[in-house]
Design a protein around this ligand. Sequence first.
Ligand code: 5AD
Ligand code: SF4
Length: 447
Amino acid sequence: MAFAMKYFVRTYGCQMNVADSNEMARHLRARGFSATADPDDASIFLVNTCTVRQHAEDRAFSEIGRLRRWKAARPDRKVVVTGCAAERTRVFLERRFPHIDLVAGARSIESFGEAVDRLLSNRPTDESLDYAAGSPDGRVADFVTIMRGCNYSCAYCIVPYVRGRESYRPMGEILDEVRERVDEGVRDVTLLGQTVNSYHRDGRAGRNTDFADLLEAVGEVDGVERVRFISPHPFYMTDRVIEAMAAVPAVCEGLHLPVQSGSDAVLGAMRRNYTREGYLDLVGKLRRAMPGIVLSTDVIAGFPGETEDDFRHTLSLLEAVGFDWCFVFKYSPRQGTPAAERPAWPEALVEERHRVCLDLAEGIGRERRRRLVGTIQDVLVEGDGAGRTRGNYKVQIDGRAAAGSTVPVRVSNADRVTLEGERVDIAVGASSDPPSSCVTLARSPSP
Ligand code: 5AD
Ligand code: SF4
């Protein structure tokens, strides 16, 4: 049977993993493979795993288990397992799932191309084709990795163990990649790193290059309409970074700033290196610099030692800030981390706190979204009649809009997390797209 040169990628976990999947897919395309949405058509099945919580790891492992039959149907198929769980549990994976052909941990993304070459017994490659080939799916928004690893050691977190110490890409290399993405049609660039705003490089003269410099430089790249970044650490959210966010027009008024807890005792035990007050100060600075900024966060419910009182402090912090959305995670002990040594709360209590926190966060989010009803938002269209506001709300647009264009949309419904709205630059129900000159950033009134 002919070897179908197709790959299928399943990604678990965070945006870092999504970016890594994209990078690995580029390596596969450089070797003549193309993407498929149907695993039955694929000859390579790549599972990019996550280990940040046990649940994420379990889901990936069940999928890997099911791939035994996928592989048995055509033994020339390859099962490739990558990412953080692969880094952490390589030996277990190889023993437990002998049908895996290649395990490549999160630390070996850079050498993924060579590992694939060995796997495919030196199939001819053309890495340069990789970058000339362009984004196959016409992505409008994409990630660019600027740093890897994490020098923090938050007591609950496995990331530093699986991804290692921080390393930063040179600014020139980052800007080259941004230009490549723009050439492929990307307009909305998310700079990516585990503690993305700790970015710095030695400068040639005088001061180092820091994250604020990078924001300015990326914002100046021709064709970049929007710049975002994820995930920042509050400790590195300096005045310089906030000033650059406000000053660089392309940098969006939206920030996901993980807080984890609203109690100083828990923040201390987590080794987060900031206090509740420090976090609230930051929020104040961000709102003064960018009124209307959309704020979101991560919270962990049921951290070991978290008392009822600590938990109430987290709830009150969510109310005090008024986050537009909030990811609430049940604390999950990760073997090898300091928090895993401490007695865990009973599961029922963790679940209860998770539910209470989630309910509160959802109520606050709904309130925040309601304020948007009636406002006109610039929506960068990503496809399927949907796009994103500068604050990163997803919007379903009533009325046609070409992917890659930015259109003014009046928000009509904010009941759900995905907003709904109508274009205000064309009559709704018009049978054709407006002339391209109408596709503009200007907030023109309805004709
Ligand atoms: N348990 C629960 N949540 C965790 N996170 C990281 N490690 C754990 C853990 N052991 C959450 C944090 C982080 C997000 C990506 O995942 O909130 O910001
Ligand atoms: Fe994990 Fe903390 Fe590093 Fe984030 S900053 S990756 S939570 S150790």
